[in-house]
Design a protein around this ligand. Structure first.
Ligand code: PHE
Length: 449
């Protein structure tokens, strides 16, 4: 049998998993969800969720992946042959299709905005022109389709290049670039008049704002941001070398992911406050509000080019990790070559994401449950499929997998983190299943908060 690929170094593994975690979720979703949920108090709950539930689940997914050395479907087949647990794999694969289809649409918008920034197309426009520009772009249907097809082709190119020569290599280059760009934007924001207000909004909590819904939103954001509940981290875990310290790898990933989200907040909110824009403006924050704000700032040309480059890098390294869930399945279970798998998956995603773009045109009649396909896929994946996947995964690890095997993998054969294993195991067995079922029940409306 051919030797299975692994990441070549621990830094490579961290860069790849952090590249997956750091995505549109940090730079597009985190700021607007924070804005909608009252700022600092939400952030505190989000941090608690990340440390207490997200990080343990990340370790569980890494353990399952590295123990089985398989893709998400194969992993559960190895752990419990001929049982229904492989359905977690099927769910993960379905979720990957769903997320990738709408994620590449937003990534396509990002590419379009980057191109417009580069040719200085925003210059001289007022805010209603920017808003109309964005509306007209989405309404055209064909323009977002072309950009998202290009984005999917880029993603597939990296996948076809391989685990070490593609995924690891590009992440090792792109993640440091992302950090440098973000730091430039943060420094810029420190000179804005709204810096103090922005920082206060992010870091001085008003605890009266915390309620059940805020807690649930925070947990959902923590899962989405750490790429949990759909097999991405199982797949990447399977490429971590068996003697690497998995705990510090996972810890570094969770820490970088959180720091980047906070820095994105620091880069964005002072600008929002400096120009008197409402921080609760929602998903449009990045695509309509920011170009607007940039226009009013000195150096706007460079700021918008840098910002959309940042967003594109974040989107690309995450979508690579989603496509790898599918590619690993096709190569290992269906015995396809990587090239054939990449081409096939990209083709399917191109068709579905084009349908998402078409369904966003105002005259489109594609509607399911009152939503266009784009909104449906967004809601379906983040609010239902990933949470359900996360619940089944933690349930499996806590109650249906042999404790000694989980401990062996978690501690890399007794080498690291032996003392913290009991705490971790308690969370996996009791805390996580209870907390996740609470959010899930509230999402499907069985529990009112
Ligand atoms: N974590 C990514 C982000 O923050 C999104 C993602 C979800 C990536 C699921 C992989 C799997 O944008």
């Amino acid at each position: 049998m051919q030797k299975r690929s692994t990441f070549g170094s621990k830094f490579g593994a961290i860069a790849a998993a952090a590249g997956s975690a750091i995505g549109l979720g940090n730079i597009w979703r985190f700021p607007y969800v924070t804005g909608e949920n009252g700022g600092a108090a939400f952030i505190i709950i989000y941090l608690i969720c990340t440390i207490a539930i997200g990080l343990p689940l990340l370790l569980t997914e890494f353990s399952i992946g590295r123990f089985t050395n398989r893709n998400v479907f194969g992993a559960f087949k190895v752990l419990k042959p001929r049982s229904k647990w492989s359905l977690i794999g099927v769910l993960g694969i379905a979720t990957a299709f769903v997320i990738l289809s709408f994620y590449s649409v937003v990534a396509g918008w990002t590419m379009n905005f980057l191109a417009e920034s580069v040719i200085n197309n925003f210059a001289g426009k007022n805010s209603s022109q920017i808003q109309e520009g964005f509306g007209g772009f989405v309404a055209s249907g064909w323009r977002p389709i072309i950009w998202s097809i290009m984005f999917i082709a880029m993603t597939a190119y990296i996948i076809i290049s391989g685990v070490e020569k593609g995924i690891e290599r590009y992440n090792k280059i792109l993640m440091p670039v992302l950090l440098v760009i973000l730091l430039i934007l943060v420094v810029n924001s420190a000179f804005l008049s709204g810096f103090k207000d922005g920082i206060n909004f992010l870091f001085s909590p008003d605890f009266s704002k915390i309620n059940g819904k805020v807690v649930l939103e925070a947990l959902g954001q923590a899962f989405f941001s750490l790429s949990l509940g759909m097999g991405t981290m199982i797949t990447y875990g399977s490429y971590i070398r068996s003697n690497d310290n998995m705990i510090s790898t996972a810890g570094s990933v969770a820490l970088t992911d959180t720091i980047i989200a906070l820095l994105a907040g620091v880069a964005i909110f002072p600008a929002v406050f400096s120009f008197g824009i409402n921080p609760t403006s929602g998903p449009d924050l990045v695509f309509i509000t920011l170009p607007n704000i940039f226009l009013q700032m000195p150096g706007s040309y460079f700021l918008s080019v840098l910002f959309f480059t940042l967003l594109l890098i974040a989107a690309l390294t995450s979508s690579v990790s989603i496509m790898e869930v599918l590619a690993a399945y096709c190569t290992e279970e269906l015995k396809m070559s990587r090239r054939r798998a990449g081409v096939l998956i990209a083709g399917v995603i191109m068709v579905i994401s084009s349908m998402c773009c078409i369904s966003q045109m105002p005259e489109s009649s594609i509607r399911i449950a009152g939503m266009n396909l784009f909104d449906l896929f967004d809601t379906l994946s983040a609010n239902y499929m990933m949470i359900f996947g996360a619940f089944l995964t933690t349930l499996f690890a806590g109650w249906f997998w042999t404790k000694s095997k989980l401990r062996g993998e978690f501690t890399s054969g007794g080498k690291y983190g032996v003392k913290i294993f009991p705490v971790y195991y308690f969370i996996v067995k009791f805390v996580s299943p209870v907390m996740i079922s609470l959010i899930f029940l509230s999402q499907i409306g069985l529990l009112g908060f």
